[in-house]
Write a protein of this length. Structure first.
Length: 198
């Protein structure tokens, strides 16, 4: 059986030549008999039709996609998925790369193609580590997400809460300071725990 898979992940893709219609047409032209489609849903991880398709694919089947990024979010993920499918006896036809199966010529193309993907991933990891190492040498470096509000701002907001002897409710302090109610509650609870421990 020859299956096709089409996906658009953004509204822009739906109108810039990567539309489901244009993908569907290409897949049909290349022999796809049954086509599964996913479109943007607001969650990148949500690909129910692709998951259904993976459950149907069997030894001897062919999966056709127009580009690797239709079913993989990175070269590394694509490499892993293609290898898994080929090991199950499924041919993968990526229209802008070629057919990938267990033949010697296909293995060569695959190895060259995915070794570049691995190199690219290693370079990204290396650059990230270098960036962190440089950042750590700078004064005031903190690992993780930067704090949205200064301690002075949080101290002022927390001190104004009626439960801490101030004159305002959580809602009122949130409106005055622009700090969300959930942030105020979290910060106040954190301070209570710290106070109790000390």
């Amino acid at each position: 059986m020859i299956y096709g898979y089409a996906r658009v992940s953004t509204k822009r893709q739906a109108s810039d030549g990567n539309s489901l219609e244009s993908q569907r047409e290409l897949l049909k032209q290349n022999g796809a008999i049954e086509i599964f489609e996913d479109s943007f849903t607001g969650t990148k991880a949500d690909r129910p039709e692709f998951n259904k398709l993976l459950g149907k694919l069997q030894n001897g089947d062919t999966l056709i996609v127009t580009k690797l990024d239709r079913f993989a979010r990175s070269m590394a993920q694509g490499s892993e998925l293609v290898t898994q499918l080929i090991n199950k006896g499924i041919k993968v036809n990526i229209l802008n790369i070629g057919i990938m199966d267990n033949t010697p010529s296909s293995k060569l193309i695959r190895n060259v193609f995915f070794s570049f993907a691995e190199f690219e991933r290693d370079m990204i990891v290396e650059r990230t580590q270098e960036g962190k190492a440089i950042a750590k040498t700078k004064e005031g470096f903190k690992e993780g997400r930067p704090q949205k509000y200064t301690n002075k701002q949080l101290n002022h907001a927390i001190s104004n809460l009626s439960i801490n002897g101030g004159n305002y409710s959580y809602k009122e302090v949130a409106e005055i300071t622009g700090i969300s109610k959930s942030t105020l509650i979290r910060e106040n609870n954190k301070r209570k725990v710290t106070f109790a421990v000390n």
